[in-house]
Design a protein. Structure first.
Length: 194
């Protein structure tokens, strides 16, 4: 082979040389690797997968109460001609007017609310401020009957606001010159004094 042939086909020669090296290494590894011993299968165990059922304890025995010296029922039955009249003690249904239908809003005593509010300790420690939006159900006499929390910023603000307004008495709302029960939205703002 000439020098020119070697220069023109040098990549082919390198490829053939690398292929021969790989084949020889593969043959050497294949014939020199030790064979597995085929007869020693006693080390391996076969495990069977089984569904495990949780132990459910039996229900507790019912409590039995033994009553001694129980009085016997009356032997004579006395009948009367009186009628039994059932008296219904229902609370009257209060029709709460929406806030936009009243002419005079209820006058809530702000000073009393401020004196009753207890700032939540966790929020005070972290200096967190917030606003709680409540819906107060105020009857014709000005007593707060029910409080709904519309928006709660968390940290115990809603509980503190509800506790401050529970049982509060205020001047009632008026519609057409008469006191009415109203659903009144009331914000309670919590701010840290610095």
């Amino acid at each position: 082979m000439t020098k020119r042939f070697l220069l023109n086909h040098r990549y082919l020669i390198i490829f053939i040389f690398v292929a021969l090296v790989h084949v020889s290494v593969l043959a050497l590894v294949r014939f020199t690797a030790p064979e597995k011993s085929g007869g020693d299968d006693s080390e391996y165990e076969v495990f069977k997968l089984v569904d495990v059922e949780e132990y459910v304890p039996p229900p507790p025995a019912p409590d039995t109460t033994v009553v001694y010296n129980q009085p016997t029922a009356a032997e004579r039955v006395i009948t009367t001609e009186n009628e039994i009249i059932e008296i219904e003690t229902r609370e009257p249904v209060i029709n709460y007017v929406p806030q936009h239908k009243i002419s005079v809003i209820p006058d809530i005593p702000t000073r009393e609310v401020l004196n009753r509010i207890v700032y939540p300790p966790m929020a005070l420690r972290q200096e967190i401020e917030g606003v709680v939006y409540l819906e107060l159900f105020i009857d014709q006499s000005g007593v707060v009957r029910k409080i709904l929390v519309l928006k709660d910023p968390g940290y115990g603000f809603a509980d503190a606001a509800v506790a401050a307004l529970t049982g509060l008495r205020c001047k009632p709302a008026y519609a057409n010159g008469e006191p009415v029960a109203v659903r009144f939205r009331y914000p309670v703002r919590f701010t840290v004094q610095r």
